[in-house]
Structure formats: structure tokens, C-alpha cells
Design a protein around this ligand. Structure first.
Ligand code: DSN
Length: 420
């Protein structure tokens, strides 16, 4: 499709500055070990779709119910995306228009809550998300928020605390789902708690969507009134969001997305979601998800063998948290992130249970394997990565050593080319 652009209109000619920055970003992606748990490398087919002429089209409304003419083909595209999402996740209704996970969560709240209603959610410090009632997010401003968290001893979600808070607070909604949690989530138990206290349940599977789609993580669909996700993390699609629910809530959810919280849908991104869902329905996608988990377990074990403390002791999914304090008490998460970045290893600092530093410093790092698994890395490579990380963190002020590892990382990355 790109080849349809005549040479005098290419980006390099029209805007060499932006073209050069995109080239640099591509080189950065190729030459770094990407361990940010929420990032991935989407397929060339998705990139082609998102970069297509579909970006030209306005289509406010839904298939066959649009406010604009000329929607014949985008109607078919959105219908395909919806049908594939329903097939992939086994849900009754899917809205594929949310521009992001945050938009998806906000639309769910708009569909069923009124300002000042009570919500019970996982706290950000314990692995939740901004849109799960964080004070400076709209969810924390509009609703009366109570937080549950992880047990300080085990690092696992404290379902007993969740249950007693639910009976004490009588929330209108409970949310379950996390951005930094490495263990299997017991959606069935939380569904029972919600039912017993008369609360609605929203499960946010943004991080684990690929694992849920392939049933490598139990699905919340049978237990939750609403399931929200992004499409670009383990699901490996374009950057965007989605809401799934039963037919009972379909109309309210659709109205909350449009016109409630969004205007025109991004049809190029919706088409990219359709392509992503088709890819995710293929058997090789399940093998990819299995390898993500195998790699996370191997990297986690590698870090433990290097003497690092893992929150909750292990991982069941695509990520894990390292609490740096027992091994390197003087090194903050921020220090670690900066030092690793110098050696082309990208990840993010993260707060850990019983955190003693501010969120800007933090005492942990979050490590995820979706992106490096897409590049074809396997268990053997995870041990090498653990070795790189440990060497840097144990010699955090040794700039010569870090520069030397950077060169090794760049050469090593050549063995795992990106498909672009
Ligand atoms: N920013 C995402 C993450 O890194 O987990 C969550 O929205």
C-alpha cells in the first residue's frame, strides 16, 4: 500500500525531519532489549493497516447506524473486527471503538455509575492502574474509591481483604485487573464476591489479553459484567482498547463510548484490531503466548539465581517484579532503569509492596517478555539477559563496563531482527 505513494510524496521528501526520527526510533527498537511488559512489536500486516487510507474516514456511530455517508466498507471492517473479537474471547458483545484502555474503562464507568458511587479497586501502588480510581485520574475524582491490594507477606492479591471490604463498603462496582501483577488472577472468586455483595464487576485484562484469548490464563468472561482490554500488549495488535460485555449491557456500553466519551472512531486502528484478532485466532499465536510465559519463568529464575528478590516469588504470566532492596538497598528502581537504559536494556521502575521510596524513585523494576518473545528469543536467551541485568546493577557506577555491555547488546540484537 505504501508503494502507492509516488516517490515525490514520500515522507522522506515531504518531511525529512520526522522521517529521520522514525528511522532513529526503528533503529532504537532494533538495538534494544525491550522488557517493558506493556510493549510489543506488532506484525507488518497490522502496521500496513494502521498506516492505510482508512485514516481518512469519519464514521461516527456504529455499523449500519452512522452519522456520515460513505461508510459501506468501514461498516464491513468494524463488523469483522467485532465478530472476530467475539470468536476470540467468547463474549456476547464487543465494542472495538475505544481509543485506548483508559477510554474503555472510562466508558464502562459512564455506562453504569453515577458521580459519587462507590467503587472497590486495586491500588496503583499494589499493581493496579491509573483508571482504577487513582486520585488524579477522572475515576478517582468522580467516584468514591476504596482500594484493596496485595498481601504484604505473599505479594499476591489479598482476596480476603477484598471480600471484607466489599461487604463493608457495598460498592456499586468492583474492578479486578492489574498493570504490575505476576500471578494468575482468580476471576471466579472475585465474581462470587461481587455477586454476594450486589456489585457489578469490571475485569481489566489489558496486560494478559493474549493469555486469556488463548486460555493460558482463565477468562473472566463468565464472571464479569464488563471485560476491558487494550489490543497492543500481549495481544500484539495496534495501540487501542476494547470493551466486552453481555447483550444486556450492549446498548449502554455502545452509548457510553459514542456519543458518551468519544466522537469519530479510528477506522484504521479498528481495521488493525481486526487483523490482530485474526492473527490471534491462529494456532501459532497460542504457541507464542506459551513461549512468553516460558520466557518470563526462565528470566525470573535467572534473576533469582543472580540473587534478586522476586515479588510473590515467581510468575505465572508475562511479567514479574524485582524488589531491589534485599540485594542492592542503595539502588532505586529509577537508578536501575537509567543504568540499564545506558546499555540498551529498556524497562521501567516500579513500586513494590511495602514501598519505602516515592513512586518517582521506587524500589523495584518491572520485567516483561512479550516483545523479546516476538523477536524469537527463548529460554537460553533469558539467562543471558539476566546476566546482563545483574552485571549492570551490581556495577551501576562502572560506565566502562556498561558501555561494553551496550556493544554486546547491540551485536546480540542483530540475531533477532524485527520484521520491518
Ligand atoms: N502504561 C501501561 C503499562 O505500562 O502497564 C498501562 O496502561
Amino acid at each position: 500500500m505504501i508503494s502507492m505513494v509516488s516517490s515525490e510524496h514520500t515522507l522522506k521528501i515531504m518531511d525529512p525531519e520526522i522521517a529521520a526520527l522514525i528511522d532513529k526510533e526503528l533503529q532504537r527498537q532494533q538495538q534494544h532489549i525491550e522488557l517493558i511488559a506493556s510493549e510489543n512489536f506488532t506484525s507488518p500486516a497490522v502496521i500496513e493497516t494502521v498506516g492505510s487510507i482508512l485514516t481518512n474516514k469519519y464514521a461516527e456511530g456504529y455499523p449500519q447506524k452512522r452519522y456520515y455517508g460513505g461508510c459501506e466498507f468501514v461498516d464491513q471492517i468494524e463488523s469483522l473486527a467485532i465478530e472476530r473479537a467475539k470468536q476470540l474471547f467468547g463474549c456476547e458483545h464487543a465494542n472495538v471503538q475505544p481509543h485506548s484502555g483508559s477510554q474503555a474503562n472510562t466508558a464502562v464507568y459512564m455506562a453504569c455509575l453515577k458521580p459519587h458511587d462507590k467503587i472497590l479497586t486495586m491500588s496503583l501502588e499494589h499493581g493496579g492502574h491509573l483508571t482504577h480510581g487513582y486520585a488524579k485520574n477522572i475515576s478517582g475524582m468522580l467516584y468514591d474509591v476504596t482500594h484493596y491490594g496485595v498481601s504484604e507477606n505473599t505479594g499476591e492479591i489479598d482476596y480476603d481483604q477484598l471480600e471484607s471490604l466489599a461487604h463493608e463498603q457495598h460498592p456499586k462496582m468492583i474492578t479486578i485487573g492489574a498493570s504490575a501483577y505476576s500471578r494468575t488472577i482468580d476471576f471466579e472468586r472475585v465474581g462470587t464476591i461481587a455477586k454476594n455483595c450486589g456489585a457489578l464487576l469490571m475485569a481489566d485484562i489489558a496486560h494478559i489479553a493474549g493469555l486469556v484469548a488463548t486460555r493460558l490464563h482463565p477468562s473472566p468472561i463468565p464472571y464479569a459484567d464488563f471485560v476491558t482490554t487494550t489490543t497492543h500488549k500481549t495481544l500484539r495488535g495496534p495501540r487501542g482498547g476494547m470493551i466486552m460485555c453481555s447483550q444486556e449491557w450492549a446498548k449502554a456500553i455502545d452509548s457510553a463510548v459514542f456519543p458518551g466519551t468519544q466522537g469519530g472512531p479510528l477506522m484504521h486502528v479498528i481495521a488493525g484490531k481486526a487483523v490482530c484478532f485474526l492473527e490471534a485466532l491462529k494456532p501459532e499465536f497460542k504457541r507464542y503466548q506459551q513461549q512468553i510465559i516460558a520466557n518470563a519463568k526462565a528470566l525470573c529464575k535467572g534473576m533469582q539465581e543472580q540473587g534478586f528478590h522476586i515479588v510473590s516469588g515467581t510468575t505465572d504470566n508475562h511479567l514479574f517484579l524485582v524488589d531491589l532492596r534485599p540485594t542492592l538497598p542503595e539502588v532505586s528502581g529509577k537508578d536501575a532503569q537509567i543504568a540499564l537504559e545506558k546499555a540498551n536494556i529498556t524497562l521501567n521502575k516500579n513500586t513494590v509492596p511495602l514501598e519505602t521510596r516515592s513512586p518517582f524513585q521506587a524500589s523495584g523494576i518491572r520485567i516483561g517478555t512479550p516483545a523479546i518473545t516476538t523477536r524469537g528469543m527463548k529460554e537460553k536467551e533469558m539467562l543471558q539477559i539476566a546476566n546482563f541485568i545483574a552485571t549492570i546493577l551490581q556495577n551501576i557506577t562502572d560506565e566502562t563496563l556498561i558501555a561494553h555491555i551496550k556493544q554486546q547488546v547491540i551485536e546480540w540484537c542483530l540475531n533477532f531482527p524485527l520484521p520491518y
